[in-house]
Design a protein around this ligand. Sequence first.
Ligand code: ZN
Length: 524
Amino acid sequence: MRTVFFALTIALSSWTPALAQTVVLTSSPEGLTAEYRLSAKTQRMAFSQLETIRTDWSVVTPDVSLTPGEIVSTAEIDRVTLQLQPDSTEDGRGYIALTRLGEGYVLYAPALTLEGQTLRLEADLPESWTLAPDGPFDGYVYLGPTSAIERRGTGVIHIASATPRPVATTTLFETFDTAFDYFTQTFGPLPRPPVMSVTQQGAGPVPFRGDVTDSGMSSIRFHGDIGDALDAEALAEVEHFAWHEMTHLWNSHLARPIEGSPWLHEGGAEYLALVGSTSVGRIDQADALAGLSQNLTDCRNAVASRPDIMARISTGAAVYSCGTIIQWLADMELRLGNEPRGIVAVWADFIDRARRGEAAYGPDDLRAKLGGSSAVFSLLEGPAESRWSDLETALARLNVRWVNQPSNTTLVTATLRHIKRQVCTGGLSYSLRNGAVEMESGTDCGPFAGTVTLASVEGHDPLANSAVMFEAVQQRCERRGSLTVMVRGSATPIAITCAADLAMPTAYSLMEAPLIALPTTMAP
Ligand SMILES: [Zn+2]
């Protein structure tokens, strides 16, 4: 065994170190043991990170209990030992406190910090183990066999256990290296070398998740055998994800977004990932436009003509879809103006300011770059009723051409929603099962109460002839006629009076737009 000492830097601007604490970490097959040694006796120890979920941790010391935010003892103590099991799920969790990586672990070090104390970590590790990065420990840290670590010539550190490595892991590492080179050229060097860790032992339930912390370390977690079994489309998503996470090292951990507008830094990471991967030729303009088409459609569906657009785009998937569209609009406007590097120049400036000690940025800084007449601010602050027609006018002005091209699934979904509005007072859900549409509802859905499988609508199979079915329903509803629906296992047609027009759903397919890629000679 070998003892490694290191101090954890706590990112608090004003705090008085009242007490000192030492935490000794030891590894076991079940997880890590953390022994706290305090400089004074106490009964209550509050954790400084309240977001961390510690339900997989337990207390070894008798008469001591662990609450979500505190360690509480019945008597005054200056020693307490916790057993840290790897997180049993990632559901509802942010940074994951402990994840397995081969025989080792990825620990979110700030999860251990106690409020108001200086933390000194000691690790009692087997001879063949190490920890990386080697400080300061303000984010993820790897504790495990040295053999899992590979230091690249560029300074990037790769950590993964499995050999041979699954294709997804190799793809992630290659993309990280490419993205690191691109953004280093574009935005200048990072203060610390990035560390990329990939494990196949993520807790799930989602098959693939990852994040990046202030320590410059990314943790990418596959759950199950997924890392081995990805098709080309899924691998393309993995690549995009790698670009996205790499962007955050500059746009979230060097420059620092102010609280409350996640659409700005997440949209930035999504869009800069497109600029980077098209500029180095990993994807082409058509791929980038397909991605933007989906974001534009998703953003429109999420926001529609609701008045609370800022709240809508600050939570859930709209953070990413609308965030990306905002960056794209800004990029096209700037490039049409006198800024050939477009939105990249804006981010370069935020990052330069961070290097000069002004790290915080927010929507007002974007406004200062774009001016109040930008399409970005018409989208965010203009009248809700004309939001999307105004945006389409702005897109046309920016030389973007598109068609409305709803997929079969979109047409089926729109039809079923419309039918639901005609017959249900409560909810109706539908899913694809065994190549058919299965509908499920309570008793408040008239003829569809319970679980039924659709056979035909207006005589057409909804999956095999989606477009024809949609058109037939549209025509029938225009005449306020009666729709005929057949369900499996019944020879009796169900008649539904249609009392409203069925509108064509919007699914943007961008045909032409200014080039997303930047000439590589344009990087400073
Ligand atoms: Zn992100």
